[in-house]
Structures are given as C-alpha cells and as structure tokens.
Design a protein around this ligand. Structure first.
Ligand code: ZN
Length: 309
C-alpha cells in the first residue's frame, strides 16, 4: 500500500457554524510524508497539522490551535479525507472556521471526488494499536482495541422520540463512509439554541445546516436516515480520530461519547507509545478480508438507508 494525495485542487466556500465567519476552503495536493495540514492563507500560510498535539479547546466542535492560531470545526472535512485514505493534503483556509456547508460531509466528499486520487511512491505508514485503551467520564466512554482494519462502533442515546438509542458500526473505507455516514447531518436541540448563542456559538447555524429537534419532533424534517443522529456521531468520531495523524489499524467503540472524549482518547494514545507501533504492513490479504463480513448492523443500516432515500 502506497501513500496518496489528491490529483488536483478543489474548492468550496461557506459560513462557519459557530463563528458565522464566511470562509473559502481549497484542497491542494501535497508530497509524501506531509500528512494532513491546514494552512491559514489569511495568516501567511501559517500551517496547523491535523495532529493530536494541536487539539485546542473542544466543546461543540473540535478546534485546533498552534502558537495561538485557531481553526475550528475540523471534524467533518477530516472525516471525509481520512475515510477516503488521503494521507497527504494541504487544506488552505482563509478564516477561523471550516465552512459547515449542509452540516454533513457530503459536500467534502464531492470536493474529494472532484480532486481525484493520486498514488505516491512512498509506502504508507499505519498506526497499529497493540493494547487496549479506554477513557471514561460518568456513563460516557470510549475505547480503542487491536484490530487488523479500522473499525468503529458508535452508540448514542438521547431521550427524544426521534432519536432514542442508535448504534452504528462499520469498517471504515471510502465506500462505507460515502454510503452510510457522509450524508448524515449535524443536529441540535431547540432548547439548546439560546444557551449556545449566549455562549457565542452557532452564530452561523441555520435550518439549512443542522437538523433542529423540537421537544417532540423535528423543526426541519425529513431526516436523511432514520438513525441520522447515530450516523453523524460516527462521522464526528472518525473526523476526530484523524488527529492520530496516520491511518489506524484498530477498533474504536464510543458509548455516548463526544468531541471531548474522542480527542482525549487520541491524546492519551499518542502519549503512550507502548500501546501501538507504526507499520507499513498493508490491509489484510483478500482471503483474510473475506473472514471480516460486514456486521449485521451494516446490513440493517443498508436497509434503513434505502428506505429513507
Ligand atoms: Zn458533527
């Protein structure tokens, strides 16, 4: 398996969910061993690597900060790039926040499809997890475990008639991400809107970029999937795991987790090199892959997906 980048530039623009600042984002090819690097083109191309060491405050979105330069809401774009197996890319941005677009990762997938895929002549390096690591906060928890592929399992439970308990499980690949997760949108509860605005958040939020849940229904239905909330949380999880900085060979289980637990897991994992090794070993041989049938959850998801489309 070789490293990759994109074949050509691709752009999008829009408002940031939390700051409300309008920005332009451009994806640019990068050489081998660059990794995923944001560049603030409004600040002399100041580079902020998409790595755990640059995680800043994390609340309703994941923000990176390096030498006082901030970049917010990286998770949806990173989820698309990471799931597509793009190892090296520059993300040029002229504002403090990645545009929210429609609240999902689908517009970013469209950008990547337009940008194309280019294989590089350097071997790909994976971070292979050797020992389990768990982080717990009350009834929320997240764990990472040894596995031969990158697999995520995400459980959410919101006491709301449209949400309830949802579990999404999949082996992450460009196809599984595109088909099951990319279109799932950000959501928020109507009762949280005023408190969030009072905190200076969701200044760019609108019914065009987030599902809003009222006390017993939806302000702006229909949903794209019956379990769109669980799917979006899995998307967020993958976007935060991208901050490991290398493709993962691991299984990650998130139980009522969020950006804070996701990024704590990344930081604790990277801080303890006895938990992992870096390998150029590729994905399992085809014979081994046959043994990893998609889980029954994914089959069930597929049924729901086609019903909701
Ligand atoms: Zn999100």
């Amino acid at each position: 398996m070789f490293q990759s980048t994109i074949a050509r530039e691709s752009s999008a623009e829009g408002v940031g969910l939390h700051t409300g600042v309008y920005g332009h984002v451009r994806l640019t090819p990068a050489p081998a061993d660059t990794g995923i690097v944001f560049r603030r083109v409004d600040l002399d191309n100041f580079a902020i690597e998409a790595q755990g060491k640059n995680v800043a405050r994390v609340s309703y979105a994941t923000s990176l900060m390096k030498q006082g330069v901030l970049l917010s809401t990286t998770e949806h774009l990173l989820a698309a790039i990471y799931s597509c197996g793009i190892d090296n890319i520059y993300i040029d941005i002229d504002s403090i926040e990645i545009p929210i677009l429609d609240g999902s990762a689908e517009p970013f997938m469209a950008m990547l499809e337009q940008a194309g895929f280019r294989r590089l002549r350097r071997k790909r390096r994976y971070l292979q997890v050797l020992k389990p690591l768990e982080v717990t906060e009350g009834d929320r928890r997240i764990g990472i475990y040894p596995a031969e592929e990158f697999h995520v399992c995400c459980y959410v439970d919101f006491p709301h008639p449209q949400v309830g308990q949802q579990q999404v499980e999949l082996t992450v690949s460009p196809d599984s991400f595109r088909n099951f997760l990319a279109r799932a949108r950000t959501f928020c509860f109507e009762r949280d809107i005023e408190p969030l605005r009072a905190m200076g958040l969701i200044r760019g939020g609108s019914l065009d970029n987030a599902i809003v849940l009222t006390s017993d229904g939806l302000m702006n239905g229909p949903l794209r999937f019956a379990d769109e909330f669980g799917r979006h949380k899995a998307l967020d999880l993958i976007g935060d795991l991208a901050l490991v900085g290398l493709p993962l060979l691991a299984r990650v289980e998130a139980h009522k987790a969020g950006h804070s637990l996701h990024t704590q897991l990344v930081s604790k994992l990277l801080a303890d090199p006895s938990l992992w090794t870096i390998t150029t070993k590729s994905h399992p041989e085809p014979a081994a892959q046959d043994a990893h049938q998609p889980s029954s959850d994914v089959h069930r998801e597929a049924g729901i997906a086609s019903a909701a489309d």
